[in-house]
Design a protein around this ligand. Structure first.
Ligand code: TXA
Ligand code: MG
Length: 314
């Protein structure tokens, strides 16, 4: 049985106690729900991979309360520091050189000399990290390859019975995973996400290189097929074909809509829930079609997720 914990002092204390016992607890962040486990515990981290059915070559993000905690585990270079000061806490993950003796389970980093670190902004995530008092490894709380969860009910859809608890914090405000960056010496975008790359380029005054292609992924989780609903997905649709559920955006009106007013923030927040709704509406033989979304700002991350949702399945 997976416990559902209320977003109050008792729920947070219970979640922290379960983490301390090496159990797995899903918790809300501003991006998506994470599947948390003690990042120092081989047993807890192995449990995360097992619960998700995730390949163990795909390393996990370590969640911490602040930059000082990050500096205890990893080396923070000049570009990384500037990005951290501007965008932490928030939807940014920095890939940093791991310090010797950091004390993380080697399973977290899948043997890489680097570690991905994020300081979440969600108040419940922050309270949980404080109460637990250690590093929390947390991938998105969904079975590997499927749509990421932005509500507690989405977590239970995929993982009920496989994890100890979910802390219910309601819907996630950003709705897309964090932006992943390797910052030093040259800033490289490994995964587009909740912080638009344009904002980081403006801060550092230089363009970002792009990494993480599907064949030689530098963020190894960036496989071509991901975020896959059951139904097939067609992109850049301006009208529904027979048997399709059209998800509109702006001027393209569908049975469902990412944003009537073409607002990318609203579209990001709704994307994963709409993928699930469209999947239900499409039924066993239907397909899902998405209206075009502009390739700028949060649109870069939205289109990245949509392309992976539409990619041929393994
Ligand atoms: O918003 C988010 O980032 C959410 C919440 C829960 O924090 N987490 C998340 O985790 O999206 P996950 O496991 O679904 O995606 C983590 C990504 C994977 O693509 C993984 O390959 C990459 O981070 N990653 C982890 N450690 C890395 C490293 N040392 N070098 C490069 N990529 C790394
Ligand atoms: Mg994920």
């Amino acid at each position: 049985m997976t416990e559902t914990l209320a977003p109050d002092d008792a729920g947070i204390a219970r979640a922290a106690r379960l983490l301390a016992q090496g159990e797995l607890v899903a918790f809300p962040t501003e991006t998506v729900y994470g599947l948390g486990g003690d990042a120092r515990s081989d047993r807890a981290v192995a449990g995360i991979y097992a619960a998700k059915g995730r390949p163990t070559f795909n390393p996990l993000i370590v969640h911490l309360p602040d930059l000082a905690a990050a500096e205890a585990l990893a080396m923070v270079g000049p570009n990384a520091r500037a990005l951290a000061q501007a965008f932490w806490p928030g939807p940014l993950t920095l890939v940093l050189p791991l310090r010797d003796g950091a004390g993380l389970s080697p399973l977290v980093t899948a043997g890489l000399p680097t570690v991905a670190i994020r300081i979440p902004a969600h108040p419940l995530a922050r309270r949980l990290l404080q109460a637990f008092g250690g590093p929390v490894a947390a991938p998105s709380a969904n079975p590997s390859g499927r749509v990421s969860p932005t509500r507690a009910a989405h977590v239970l859809d995929g993982l009920a019975g496989r994890i100890a608890a979910v802390l219910d914090g309601g819907p996630c405000a950003v709705g897309l995973e964090s932006t992943i960056v390797a910052a030093d010496p040259l800033p490289t975008l490994l995964r587009p996400g909740g912080v638009p790359v344009e904002a980081m380029e403006a801060l550092l005054g230089q363009p970002f290189a792009t990494g993480g292609d599907a064949h030689a992924p530098s963020a190894p989780g960036q496989l071509a097929s991901h975020y896959a609903p059951r139904a097939g997905v067609r992109l850049n649709a301006t009208a529904a074909e027979p048997g399709e559920v059209l998800v509109g955006f702006g001027p393209v009106k569908g049975a469902l809509t990412l944003s009537d007013s073409a607002d990318l923030t609203e579209a990001a927040a709704r994307l994963f829930d709409l993928l699930r709704q469209a999947d239900r509406l499409a039924g066993p033989h239907g397909r899902i079609a998405f209206a075009p979304v502009p390739e700028s700002g949060l649109g870069l991350a939205i289109n990245d997720r949509l392309r992976r949702a539409a990619a041929p399945r393994p």
